[in-house]
Design a protein around this ligand. Sequence first.
Ligand code: NAD
Length: 476
Amino acid sequence: MGAIAEPTFRESVDLMFNRAVSVMDLSPGLEEKIRVCNATYTVRFGVRLRGRIQTFTGYRSVHSEHLEPVKGGIRYAMAVNQDEVEALAALMTYKCALVEAPFGGSKGGLCLNPREYDEHELELITRRFAYELAKRDLISPSQNVPAPDMGTGEREMAWIADQYRRMNTTDINASACVTGKPLFAGGIHGRVEATGRGVQYALREFFRYPEDVAKAGLKGSLDGKEIVVQGLGNVGYHAAKFLAEEDGARITAIVEHDGALVNDEGLDVEAVRNWITTHGGVAGYPEATYVEKGNTVLEKECDILIPAALEAVITLQNAARIKARLIIEAANGPITAGADEILRNKGVVIIPDLYANAGGVTVSYFEWVKNLNHMRFGRMQRRHEESRHNALVDELERLDRYLGDAWSMTPSFKDKYLRGADELELVRSGLDDTMRAAYQSMREVWHARKDVLDLRMAAYIVAIERVALCYRDKGL
Ligand code: NAD
């Protein structure tokens, strides 16, 4: 139904790209070069499972190689298809440019429902997929570096890294062929929660600007804000948990694949997550009202809506009924191009996906650098910093004794000051800095130009300008 057809995910990304370039000064040739997807490789391979050969279809799409390696997650889901993988690869190009991670954009996917296979079967499938990609340089530390996405995590990344290493026994940088690995396999502290943490940092930065907050019809800080989250997976769970525990926000509804939970007093995110792990869904959770038609809860009255599950959940069909004042796209492409326009006309502020969920690729970038350095961050300087801080504390203690009752050091100061930053603290600091800088670059364009209608358009403009500069440097 509906007179206007809903564009596909890739068409939506192209429409958003076109909106941005319409106010930019790019030659038509360069514009086209940046828009198009360079290549998509489709692979079909067989794996012997449960006594018979099963055939799987997978993709790895490379959108832009203006910088190499190219980077982007691997998704396991039944809905994976070429259009989706190409849209996600394009988003990766713009995302990396926006947060200044020196990569081109790529994405991969495998059509399968991971819940239908046991761990051993998933390992066989993942290793075979990795083999097919690695032998074509579609997994490589210098050319193409995957990461986790929907349906994949540390475990799959460890299998991929190991498979690549077996095929490239003399590559000293082998562990940099994929990011999102567990710590024992060359991962980095803070990667698992990085995307959710990035969503939190993005919201904190947004709320530092009262005029931006006012544009959404909100005021004050994150404290006490009512939030609806869709998808309590890696990204949604961490974002919801941190916002509730550290910023005083109230998670009033969680929408999952089997329905939604509503509790205006605020849901216990940890308890809901444990419930899902044990029961496979949210149904039956005792401390909330269960709504079977989960998607209707996206229309619930709230301050902030966080779609963190999948694409195209806010469409021409339901956009007019959305009541949130602020939407932060933790998932990729949750709002279609048509819905985007309806929401803009309603005055809803949207913090766009290419910025909002860039925390994952940012910390992946740190992990890749760590792997190439062959050393964890902070190892060289931590104790040195500590001894310099010690010297200062010794002097302050001398002053403390000398001044008697007139002055004394705050009891917690010594502990806090003496502790040199470990890897996790450095990762958080780097992520926070990246999210702040990227927001500032977007909002500058948003506020400076009348023809820039929203943050998404601003984000695309900043990203496309940076990609265009790279191409110009290459003489294109
Ligand atoms: P995930 O597989 O860990 O979690 C997805 C969650 O969504 C699951 O809990 C699942 O049950 C739920 N879900 C599935 N279908 C649903 C439906 N119809 N309605 C409501 N909930 C549903 O995936 P993730 O890694 O958290 O990724 C979520 C989104 O974030 C995706 O769009 C992904 O591309 C994007 N993203 C992820 C990362 C990352 O680091 N993992 C980085 C950037 C962007």
